[in-house]
Design a protein around this ligand. Structure first.
Ligand code: UDP
Length: 461
């Protein structure tokens, strides 16, 4: 174990940093030396980074250093790719010169270029996949043997591929429907294709997945050429195995939390609050926010709603006609500790944009889900929530992705109401919570999978 030193390379977005830091903490706890590399602007915002003892930090410049106004995702991604590749190569070379080389590179989703750098130094690498195994399967099938099947699918026609439920177009990750050609792939599709290529070129590839066996048994085993190992949920220990009650916080909030929402939650009846949040960067158009606001007022339930400031500094709630009325009924905040909120006894359901951390954190909290996917893997995640895990409902929207206040209300009544369907959803939500906890305990599948990975892959001579 002594010479076992991992370089963990992470894209500087909230959704990558949160689970990657939890992963790093687990490796450190299991005796592995970890150097965590992400952008300097993200590292500077890590509030309590000193709490992760044994973790070395290796910042790289993302090229903008905190000045993101007006920068497109495409430009940001391209800049990180160039700058991080060079920085990782320098770091690996420096460690080699010191005579204390890294033994493996682990890179999180969207960092396929780290695999290219690792290969240049003859270092083995592992992908840490921060989406469901099922979504990896979809991309793998799409970029290998089943591309035409997906491309030729339309309307309600179903696609059947190994390890997955029958999927229709509305369940495909949105990037797959991108109109770009193969010569001009947009950044997301290109990054995903690169990732699959890297994995295919690797001998006996193994992927660590932020998921767990009981949740995705078949999907984790769907691709014969790739060994996928569930090691999640990667959320703080206090909310899972309870081994470390002090481990309650994600270490890296890229935004400042609002202050008084926990006291407000404490004052609400059990399972009464609708919690609404759309992750760290997706924005809903004002028309959609208006429908949600109208639905909330009609349903008359307390709510906690995260509405982030826009890049321009504007507050989305200021554009809502009924802001004052809303604030009498519930609470609008600009950022909160999401896992803490989901696990609060007064929360009764979670209205989400369906990105993976939000979903997995919610499955671990036992709260039913109102799925409102817009793009990316959100569409597939919503399908899994509704039809496979049966712990939530998908809000029905028209072709432009717009839904009405009535539909919003119908879904809340369904997941929180006394009917049979709601009871079944809540029972399933509770089941996933128990299984998530069990997976991360010392005799659980995720714990044992990670231990085996460390013993057999990371630290074997
Ligand atoms: N999150 C949070 N507070 C908020 C909203 C989100 O701590 O008010 C966290 C959430 O717990 C999750 C991450 O931000 O870990 C968002 O990741 P996700 O994959 O859900 O969405 P993305 O930001 O990638 O769209």
């Amino acid at each position: 174990m002594e010479n076992c030193h991992v370089l963990l390379a992470v894209f500087p977005s909230q959704g990558q940093l949160n689970p990657s830091l939890q992963f790093a903490k687990r490796l450190v706890k299991m005796g592995v030396k970890v150097t965590f590399s992400t952008s300097s602007s993200a590292i500077n915002r890590m509030s309590n980074r000193s709490e992760i003892q044994g973790l070395d930090l290796a910042p790289y410049s993302d090229g903008f250093d905190g000045q993101f106004q007006g920068v497109s995702v495409n430009d940001f991604w391209a800049s990180v790719k160039t700058k991080a590749s060079a920085a990782l190569a320098d770091l690996i070379a420096a460690k080699n010169q010191e005579g204390k080389p890294f033994t493996r590179v682990i890179f999180a989703t969207a960092m396929a270029w780290a695999g290219v750098v690792a290969r240049r130094f003859q270092l083995r690498f592992t992908l840490l996949w921060i989406q469901p195994a099922a979504v990896f399967d979809i991309y793998y099938h799409y970029f290998t043997d089943y591309g035409d099947l997906f491309r030729n699918c339309s309307g309600d026609q179903g696609v059947e591929v190994p390890g997955l439920p029958v999927l229709t177009v509305r369940d495909f990750p949105s990037f797959m429907l991108s109109k770009t050609t193969t010569d001009d792939l947009d950044w997301a599709l290109q990054s995903l294709r690169d990732q699959i290529e890297e994995i295919k070129n690797e001998e006996n590839p193994e992927i660590l997945v932020n998921s767990f066996d009981a949740l995705e048994f078949d999907a984790l085993r769907a691709i014969k050429k790739v060994r996928m190992v569930g090691i999640g949920p990667l959320i703080p220990s206090a909310y899972l195995d309870g081994e470390d009650p002090s481990d309650t916080a994600v270490v890296c909030d890229l935004r400042e939390k609002s202050s008084d929402y926990v006291e407000w939650l404490d004052s609400q009846p059990k399972s009464s609050v609708v919690y609404l949040a759309f992750g760290s960067y997706s924005d809903f158009p004002t028309t959609m926010l208006e429908e949600i606001a109208k639905g909330l007022l009609e349903i008359k339930k307390p709510f906690l709603w995260v509405l982030r400031e826009l890049n321009t500094g504007e507050k989305p709630e200021e554009k809502l006609g009924c802001k004052e009325e809303l604030e009498k009924q519930g609470k609008i905040v600009c950022w909160c500790g999401q896992v803490e909120v989901q696990q609060h006894p007064s929360v009764g359901c979670f209205f989400t944009h369906c990105r993976w951390n939000s979903i997995l954190e919610c499955l671990s909290s036992g709260v039913p889900i109102l799925a409102c996917p817009v793009w990316n893997d959100q569409l597939s995640n919503a399908k899994l929530v509704q039809d496979v895990w049966k712990s939530g409902v998908r809000v029905g929207a028209n072709e432009e992705g717009v839904f009405t206040a009535d539909e919003f209300k119908r879904c809340i009544e369904c997941v929180m109401g006394g009917g049979e369907e709601g009871e079944e959803l809540r029972k399933n939500a509770k089941k996933w919570k128990d299984l998530a906890k069990a997976a991360t305990k010392e005799d659980g599948s995720s714990y044992l999978n990670l231990k085996a990975y460390i013993d057999e892959m990371l630290c074997s001579p």
